[in-house]
Design a protein around this ligand. Structure first.
Ligand code: IVH
Length: 336
């Protein structure tokens, strides 16, 4: 095959496979068989190996795992990745609201599920995924881009009217069904079972071979956006926009995200999910309450490590209970 022909064939196969991926994963309406899909993917893979100059970093071949990462590079976050201060009672939520209202007056809050997974920062330039970095110490994290590309719910290319530069933040996790499937396969092979979805997600993202990560079937939800030209001053609206660009985000219809301008509304959301969380498809360990207006967020600002415009409410059972009941000593005998 000649050079121009190879370039055109790679472009055509990539576009076709992207569309099949979208039909399969987003629309659940595939139009070709798995076998026909694999056949085309193999052809693309072979062509990319022969003509590496035409291989895009966001090619469909990267979904099943690209080159091995020998060592994850440490990179600085453009915007620091903050953590949230925790609350455990209605009184603490009321205190948070009172503190906010003292400065801002009555304002809108957004309530979201607090996903129990691994935080990730995804950088997009001109709608193309360029980097995926772990939280690390909040200032810098590990570049795990090749592994991130295998997570199907993370778009490699955005659709629609997206900002030129975007940082999307969210949580990588296992849906419970997928986690159970992994453990069932391990049980069948007589392998030790994975302890819980969160730690398994963390461990999976540290694999050096993206092909191993692809096989695990991780998932992702986006809950924060950073950038200079985001579409709205409302966090809630930006999350809706992120959905239209192809991200998986907290679902309005299933009330994974909601708004209120008072403590009663916030507590109603919390109480609902405290009871209903066991029926969810994924683990959550609380609810996050955020001031919706980004102007107000900026005015409220930050404390040392966490924003003053948001707080996490942690569910009771998920609080770490470590109680030392006593210490017993065993004195061993020394053998002579
Ligand atoms: S917002 C500045 N929203 O909880 C706000 N975090 O310490 C940044 N998390 O590291 C976080 N679900 O990994 C936010 N709906 C959600 C979340 C969420 C889970 C995690 C996140 C963060 C930690 C808070």
């Amino acid at each position: 095959m000649e050079r121009p022909e190879a370039q055109a064939r790679i472009a055509a196969l990539s576009a076709e496979l992207e569309e099949h991926n979208r039909r399969y994963y987003d629309l659940a309406a595939p139009v070709i068989s798995d076998q026909a899909f694999d056949f085309r993917l193999k052809e693309l893979d072979a062509l990319e190996k022969e003509w590496p100059e035409f291989a895009s970093p966001n090619s469909p071949t990267q979904r099943v795992g690209g080159a091995i990462t020998k060592q994850f590079e440490t990179v600085a976050h453009r915007y620091p990745m903050l953590s949230l201060s925790n609350s455990y009672s209605r009184d603490e939520v009321a205190e948070f609201v009172a503190r906010v209202e003292k400065e801002m007056g009555r304002t809108q809050y957004v309530m979201e599920l607090k996903y129990d997974g691994v935080a990730i920062s995804l950088s997009y330039r001109n709608g193309e995924l360029v980097r995926g970095v772990t939280r690390g110490d909040g200032e810098k994290g590990d570049d795990i881009t090749a592994n991130v590309r295998t997570v199907r719910s993370i778009p490699l290319k955005l659709r629609g009217d997206f900002p030129t530069e975007l940082e999307a933040r969210g949580e990588i996790l296992f849906m419970r069904a997928q986690f159970d499937k992994l453990n069932a396969a391990r049980a069948k092979n007589g392998e030790e079972l994975y302890a819980n979805p969160r730690n398994t997600a963390a461990g999976s993202l540290k694999q050096q071979d993206p092909k191993d990560v692809a096989k695990r079937g991780l998932d992702n939800f986006i809950y924060a956006l950073q950038g200079e030209d985001l579409p709205s001053r409302s966090h809630f609206e930006n999350i809706q926009a992120a959905r239209s660009w192809g991200f998986k985000t907290p679902d309005v219809d299933r009330r994974f995200i909601d708004r209120s301008d008072n403590v009663e509304g916030i507590m109603a959301f919390i109480d609902h999910w405290d009871k209903a969380r066991h029926a969810l498809e994924m683990d959550i360990d609380g609810i996050v309450i955020k001031v919706d207006d980004r102007n107000a967020q900026e005015e409220l600002g930050l404390t040392a490590k966490s924003p003053r415009w948001a707080i996490a409410y942690k569910f009771q059972a998920e609080q770490a209970v470590t109680r030392l009941n006593g210490v017993s000593y065993q004195v061993g005998r020394t053998e002579r």
